[in-house]
Design a protein around this ligand. Structure first.
Ligand code: UT7
Length: 336
């Protein structure tokens, strides 16, 4: 058995900055409400016709591959996590295989686990490397939310929160099993599936034909829905549980954490976790202020920024944790 380690990280966000004041011009909201409830000051939105979920993922991946110090054709497998794919099918994994210009017809897997997508993706990649099947696996989290949000007052509870961007990591075989990814922990609770969801178009209830036939201006089934307070309450419990589960599995405790990278769902959730585990400000990384909630991209973007700012050093215990739609949640325990 081997371990896997993160050998390269990269992220990409579109240039177009959308502030809370910008949003207040198109819907009934304000900077004070958004900052107080979420911590978000601004986010990035793709200008139509420029980037896609795939193109952002490719740009993040190119950076990660370069930093891993490998040739792109040394990548053995692609894992792509998103809830906002370019197409209904095929998923963006194969588009990355094409757009990176890979010579080999390596496998590409799409992960549909929303805010936990990157954590799930890392877990999948880790298993392939641990078993010896692959040496280098590319894991991407990328989201283009802005084109699919209800940018009117009706959608304000959700639309002010989400932002666009991508992050990527290369996982590489590590012979020293005391280093790298020590363990991953995944959970789901499908009974709350609709509490944070986008129902249409789906074969289950509403397909495109139904939406067109109804032509109902009140139809919100193709916009994301979130029962915010219910999701919040579950998030703080599940974040705490899954971080503790990971620590205990490795005979560690909260005092051993050097850097916690939580999914950037809400600054208040991160602050709750920080307080609960008695962590100092420099032991939890937050960048939701700049990018909003970028779902599957939030952890790799935050991890890359923390690493670029030299907040993560060799030997550090780094914990990744996510919670979101599904509900799904998970953690990754890493000895850097
Ligand atoms: O990433 C996946 C996981 N996601 C999360 O963990 C998110 C968890 N939930 C949250 O972060 C919070 O619930 C929100 C930030 C989404 C909302 O904050 P809240 O404190 O739960 O507010 P609320 O939804 O209960 O709304 C409070 C009030 C309502 O008005 P009334 O009914 O009290 O008059 C809303 O209509 O705030 C109103 N409101 C807004 N006002 C200004 C909702 N959205 C906005 C807005 N601007 N954008």
């Amino acid at each position: 058995m081997y371990n896997s380690r993160i050998s390269g990280l990269g992220f990409y966000v579109p240039e177009n900055v959308v502030t809370n004041d910008d949003l207040s011009k198109v819907m009934d909201t304000n900077d004070e409400w958004i900052q107080e409830r979420t911590g978000i000051k601004e986010r990035r939105h793709v200008v139509k016709g420029t980037d896609t979920t795939t193109s952002m993922g490719v740009k993040a991946a190119q950076k990660a591959i370069e930093r891993a110090g490998i040739d792109k054709d040394e990548i053995d497998f692609i894992v792509f996590a998103t809830l906002s794919p370019d197409y209904y099918f095929p998923g963006p994994g194969v588009l990355v295989q094409r757009d990176l210009g890979l010579k080999r017809t390596i496998g590409a897997l799409d992960v549909r686990n929303q805010c936990s997508g990157f954590v799930y993706g890392i877990s999948v990649a880790d298993q392939y490397i641990k078993s010896g099947m692959y040496k280098n696996v590319l894991v991407i989290g990328s989201e283009l939310h802005s084109h699919g949000l209800d940018m009117t007052t009706r959608g304000r509870g959700v639309s002010v929160i989400f932002g666009d961007g991508a992050g990527a990591a290369v996982l590489t075989r590590e012979e020293d099993t005391s280093k790298g990814i020590l363990s991953t922990h995944l959970h789901s609770e499908g009974q709350h599936a609709e509490e944070l969801s986008l129902i249409a178009p789906g074969m289950g209830k509403r397909w495109v034909n139904d939406i067109i036939a109804d032509a109902d201006p009140e139809d919100t089934s193709y916009y994301p829905y979130m029962n915010g307070q219910f999701v919040f309450k579950n998030a703080v419990v599940r974040f705490s549980e899954v971080i503790m589960e990971g620590l205990q599995k490795n005979n560690l405790g909260p005092q051993d954490i050097d850097m916690l990278i939580p999914h950037q769902a809400n600054l208040r959730i991160s602050q709750f976790i920080q307080k609960k585990f008695g962590l100092k400000d420099d032991q939890v990384f937050n960048n939701i202020m700049k990018y909003g909630n970028t779902t599957a991209a939030s952890i790799p973007i935050a991890l890359t920024e923390a690493w670029e700012a030299e907040k993560i050093k060799e030997g550090d215990l780094v914990v990744l944790a996510a919670f979101g739609s599904g509900f799904t949640w998970g953690s990754v325990i890493i000895r850097w």
